[in-house]
Design a protein around this ligand. Structure first.
Ligand code: ADP
Ligand code: MG
Length: 249
């Protein structure tokens, strides 16, 4: 579904990514792991168009994503969460999730100029979908609250709901359980497991090895901007290069 080849990214003279290549198969969970500073978030930013890679190609079906604007990439069906939350604090939980449907809402605005009743119907439909997404992540009872008053763990789940509400073809998750306690982590793990069973394609950046090993079909390991290993969770776990990257620092 997603195919990376020779992806590089430099900040000034320093390479954050150097010749990264792997594929994300449809309907599978691919985990991207590696020590801090390995380039994981940079790679997610390159795939989602937040950053333009300095080298290489990122193919999504027939489309070349390298250099494409983020909203175009979103429209192709790629959604993401951010390692550091990017929510609208003054908007309600529901409205934050609705921003995950802006592609579709945009079309309905044009329809609105032509036929008002259609818009009202459409708006109700979008709200229902947002509520369903919130329900799936256990947040339906908080829909009307401003995001700013939520606990950190709930904010992380609002990001997940916003990423999933549009039923994207591919979801990029940048450390979805970082900073969560054990119970919250288990709950999110369960919700991600359900997405996986439903056939959702995921690229998951995560430090929590238990979560990764339980969810991932394939694990890709980055270290200092390079891909040092890829394979099944069991294969990667016993790879000496991986052990060294984690323990040698
Ligand atoms: P990870 O997510 O694996 O912890 P990052 O992708 O955030 O790693 O960072 C990889 C490297 O790129 C780090 O050395 C980081 O300091 C650098 N880096 C990331 N973003 C920027 C930026 N916007 N400007 C300059 N350097 C950056
Ligand atoms: Mg990161």
């Amino acid at each position: 579904m997603l195919q990376l080849e020779g992806v590089g990214k430099r900040f000034g003279g320093l390479p954050a990514l150097d010749g990264v290549g792997f594929t994300v198969p449809k309907g599978q969970v691919t985990a991207l792991i590696g020590p801090n500073g390995a380039g994981k978030s940079t790679l997610i930013n390159c795939i989602s168009g937040v950053l333009a890679p300095s080298a290489g190609s990122i193919r999504f079906g027939q489309a070349e994503l390298a250099g494409m604007a983020p909203h175009h990439i979103a429209r192709l069906g790629i959604a993401r969460t951010f390692q550091n939350l990017k929510l609208f604090p003054r908007l309600s939980v529901l409205d934050n999730v609705l921003t995950g449907l802006t592609c579709e809402a945009g079309r309905s605005m044009v329809m609105a100029m032509l036929r008002l009743p259609y818009l009202r119907h459409r708006e109700r439909q979008l709200k229902l979908r947002a509520l369903e997404a919130l329900d799936r992540f256990g947040l339906a009872d908080k829909a009307a609250l401003p995001v700013s008053i939520l606990a950190y763990g709930d904010k992380k789940r609002v990001e997940l709901a916003r990423a999933c509400v549009s039923t994207p073809r591919l979801v990029l998750l940048d450390e979805p359980v970082a900073g969560l306690n054990a119970d919250e982590t288990a709950a999110v793990g369960e919700q991600l497991g359900r997405l996986r069973r439903e056939g959702q394609t995921l690229l998951l950046v995560e430090h929590d090895m238990e979560l990764v090993m339980g969810l991932a079909d394939q694990v890709v390991v980055l270290d200092s901007g390079r891909c040092i290993a890829a394979g099944s969770p069991a294969e990667v776990r016993r790879n000496p290069l991986v052990l060294e990257a984690y323990l040698g620092k």
